[in-house]
Design a protein around this ligand. Structure first.
Ligand code: ANZ
Ligand code: ZN
Length: 841
């Protein structure tokens, strides 16, 4: 047997990587004569080494981008580093180095690791978010949003991690105990004057997903995050006399024994307050009202004898976390204010309580309580012995008291002219009714809060704002950007912004009046850097007046396909949508959405099916795999091992299997046949080839990478059978050529090497994707299943044109079937065209 040399990825891969780089084979530039395709994969945080999760996200994404390239698109597939953020600072503190050094050293290492992947990343477009040329534009975005009223500063309670010494965004706080996402220390509340972006201005538009093809799961997560509630706002009046004469007049069933009447107390003017409800159809069932303990009205309406208790209660509530306060199963507590409110729909007077299950930050901070139809209100009413009037009849309701809150549909009862109307469909009608009477109006509420971007840490982009005693808050002029982060700041975590103590940074002059002024010393949330990086790649570190070259932008934008982890569903992926919508409103981009399609990969677990972690010792190191098997095998296994969007446990034999497949493919295409002759027809080889083209194209389109590779394996099996008969034929050469083009996106190096050795001409990566020919792909035989009494006994091949009589006869004539029938005459023979014959005996 004549064999050429063996497949040796260690020799092949670096050689081709070098050549491709020298030839700038993957350089992406504007080409107006070709359709563009902007494929973006989430950029890594430079944490140290490229791990298998990065590979799993990026290598298949590269194959997908290469597929589009082969299909004739001008593809942009850039790479960069999301380089600001806490880990760099923490690592630098631990090592006594500087975050810049730590970060840049990691980037150098990771860039080399990324290069070993053999991807089509265009390194000319690399963007690193911690470099001044980059964060100059992050600051530009801040100024633009500020200029357009989308950035503002206010005091706000923030979640503060006492361990990391920084404020955290809502998304960075997890669990019942509300712990820091990084160090798991429970957070505490702090009041700080901080910068926010008005993302809530875009809440409604962010709920519109009609212009993007994103996974349902991400859409659902974003919808839930934005949390739209439709309902009504209704205005209630506090009864004037109830405040002044206190509780002596109206005895609510639950009001505790009263103290002395506040004779010296002077009644305030009648007060209005507005509540938000999602169930205006239950308005007739209100039996008490609840204000958040922090509600400003509380101080005004609480009767003197209840004031002490109310204040004590409010103080205790403010120490509680929102999640704890809202928990349905929590013991309900509250304090009666001594005041009463008038239900505007029926004039009924109801007591006003404060209770910690009503949050100041949501809706209006006040609710109408409908205990018969809201669970929390029900529990509260039972505890305080308040009435529970039913206004929506549950099915088979006997007219008696309810054993639990009923929140299902039913006919409205005890609701005046609405009696008999079906709720909750009646909501719209009730709202109109309220609007006509000027009592209330339709209202929409969102759970989404404005985006807090101030961070009291060093390693971030400085906020480009100056405070002047004369001029107040002054934005840094665009021409003075970037506001450089000083190298020499002491960044040990103290809970305060390190830049506060860097006089060289803090002290400045006012850009307006030239007088002495101070810089803002907080830095920006790193989610800002990653909210616009897809634009940075267009013209990295640009010098003009816009963050990217408009010509590049016009051609490449928006991103056609974004790939990455589903863990970014709610922060990054909402923020970047917000940025793009704001940019649109500033006239910088003409579209509404940054990324037209999104696909998420799953997670690779350790061989023990557990999450990979150093402590478990189940970490798979890609560098070692690349050394042992070569990049192509790692890439192919990452695509073959699992459904990409699912992922699963690592299997060592799995990569061995893929490695053997590449060895066999090498031998199949490059070695002389062991034998010649045989009877494999060209037609059969061509059929398999075109079926594979059809299937591969569909699989790539659908991100079904695992079946894509299975298809290639099947094709090589057929080629192996065909080789002795056909190795010198045109059909064989077509098969070899096509197989290599199909292999190229997955295993770019071996495909290029074999392509070269077969003399097809450099480069396989510049070929056109093969066209599938339906005539060639058509089967001329089909598989007929033969059953006896419904049980599968045999499968045979019949010509595609075979009819019923032919199929039945062929089935009965099968030797295996004859044996089983042992001469019995079948009672019935049923034929399902093109599929099966069932013989009933
Ligand atoms: C009366 C009512 C009757 C309600 C009923 C519900 C059912 P979502 O869907 O979350 O928007 N609510 C309003 N503001 C609140 C606040 N600041 N803190 C706590 N709860 C608040 O829920 C809106 C409902 O939650 C509102 O509708 C209100 O209770 C309560 F059968 O009003 B409902
Ligand atoms: Zn000034």
């Amino acid at each position: 047997m004549l064999k050429t040399e063996k497949y040796n990825p260690r020799e092949i891969e670096p050689r081709w990587q070098k050549k491709w780089a020298e030839d700038a084979l993957y350089r992406s530039s504007v080409k107006h004569d070709r359709p563009k395709y902007y494929a973006l994969t989430m950029l890594p945080y430079p944490s140290g080494d490229l791990h298998i999760g990065h590979w799993y996200a990026m290598a298949p994404a590269d194959a997908r981008a290469r597929f589009m390239r082969l299909r004739g698109y001008n593809v942009l597939f850039p790479m960069g580093f999301d380089a600001f953020g806490l880990p760099a600072e923490n690592a630098a503190i631990k090592r006594g180095s500087h975050p810049f050094q730590w970060t840049m050293a990691n980037i150098d290492r990771m860039r080399n690791q990324l290069k070993s992947m053999g991807a089509i990343f265009d390194w000319e477009r690399e963007a690193i978010s911690c470099l001044p040329q980059y964060y100059k534009w992050t600051q530009w975005f801040f100024l633009k949003l500020f200029e357009h009223g989308l950035a503002y500063k206010r005091y706000s309670p923030v979640d503060f991690c006492p361990q990391c010494h920084t404020t955290l965004a809502r998304e960075q706080v997890w669990g019942e105990d509300r712990h820091c996402e990084r160090c798991e220390t429970p957070v505490v509340r702090k009041e700080l004057n901080q910068w926010f972006f008005k993302i809530t201005d875009y809440a409604e538009e962010l709920l519109d997903f009609s212009k993007i093809d994103w996974p349902e799961r991400v859409v659902a997560m974003q919808k839930n995050w934005i949390g739209q509630s439709k309902g009504a706002e209704v205005t209630f009046k506090i009864t004037p006399q109830s405040v002044g004469s206190s509780e002596s007049r109206v005895a609510s069933p639950g009001s505790p024994a009263m103290a002395s009447v506040g004779a010296q107390y002077i009644a305030p003017k009648p007060k209005d307050f507005t509540i938000f409800t999602t169930r205006p159809d239950t308005l007739w069932g209100v039996s008490f009202m609840v204000l958040a303990p922090e509600h400003p009205l509380v101080a005004e309406i609480t009767t003197p004898e209840r004031r002490g208790e109310a204040e004590k209660y409010a103080a205790a509530a403010s120490r509680q976390t929102e999640i704890a306060r809202l928990a349905a199963d929590r013991e309900k507590t509250g304090v009666f204010t001594g005041a009463y409110a008038i239900n505007p729909v029926n004039g009924v007077e109801v007591p006003v309580y404060i209770a910690d299950y009503v949050m100041m930050g949501y809706g209006t901070g006040a609710i109408m309580a409908v205990p018969a139809h809201d669970e929390r209100d029900y529990v509260f009413a039972r505890k305080f012995n308040l009435p529970i009037p039913v206004v929506i009849a549950p099915p088979d309701w006997d007219g008696g008291p309810l054993a639990a809150a009923y929140d299902g549909p039913g006919a409205m009862v005890n609701s005046g002219e609405f009696d008999g109307t079906l709720a909750p469909e009646s909501k719209e009608k009730v709202i109109t009714w309220l609007e006509v009477r000027n009592i209330g109006k339709a209202a929409v509420n969102y759970r989404l809060r404005d985006w807090l971007i101030s961070r009291q840490r060093y390693w971030g982009a400085p906020i480009p704002i100056v405070y002047c005693r004369e001029c107040g808050t002054v934005p840094v002029p665009y021409k003075d950007l970037p506001v450089l982060l000083p190298q020499d700041a002491e960044f040990l975590p103290t809970g305060e912004s390190p830049l506060k103590y860097n006089d060289g940074f803090r002290k400045t002059v006012c850009p307006k009046c030239g007088g002495p002024a101070e810089r803002e010393t907080d830095t920006m949330d790193t989610f800002m850097c990653s909210s616009w990086y897809q634009y940075a790649y267009l013209s990295p570190y640009r010098k003009g007046t816009l963050p990217f070259d408009p010509e590049e932008g016009k051609y490449w934008l928006p991103v056609d396909l974004y790939t990455g982890g589903v863990e970014h569903a709610c922060m990054h992926l909402i923020y970047t949508r917000f940025f793009t919508k704001a940019l649109r409103d500033l006239g910088v981009v003409p579209f509404d959405e940054p990324m037209l399609a999104l696909r998420n990969q799953g997670i690779i677990l350790g061989e023990d099916s557990e999450k990979m972690s150093k402590s478990r010792g189940n970490v798979v190191a890609p560098d070692a795999l690349v050394r042992k098997y070569g990049t192509d095998s790692v890439r192919a296994y990452l695509m073959f091992g699992w459904r990409w969007e699912q992922g699963g446990p690592w299997v060592s034999q799995g990569i061995e299997g893929v490695y053997r497949f590449l060895h066999r493919s090498w031998d199949l295409l490059l070695s002389k046949p062991e034998a010649s002759g045989g009877s494999f027809h060209e037609r059969g080889l061509r059929r398999k080839l075109h079926q594979t083209i059809r299937r591969s194209t569909r699989d790539m389109e659908d991100f079904a990478f695992n079946t894509y590779i299975a298809g290639l394996m099947e094709l090589t099996n057929t080629m192996r059978e065909a080789k002795p008969s056909l190795h010198a034929s045109a059909a064989w050469r077509e098969a070899a050529r096509t197989f290599l083009i199909l292999l190229a996106p997955v295993c770019p190096h071996i495909a290029e090497e074999i392509w070269d050795r077969l003399g097809f001409g450099y480069s396989v990566h510049n070929q056109a994707w093969p066209e599938f020919d339906p005539v060639l792909a058509a089967e001329d035989e089909f598989e007929l299943v033969i059953q006896i009494n419904g049980k599968i006994r045999e499968k045979i091949l019949l010509p595609v044109g075979a009819g019923e009589a032919e199929a039945k006869a062929a089935a009965l004539a099968e030797p295996g079937i004859q044996t089983l029938l042992r001469g019995q005459e079948p009672k019935k023979v049923i034929y399902v065209p093109g599929r099966l014959v069932n013989i009933v005996i």
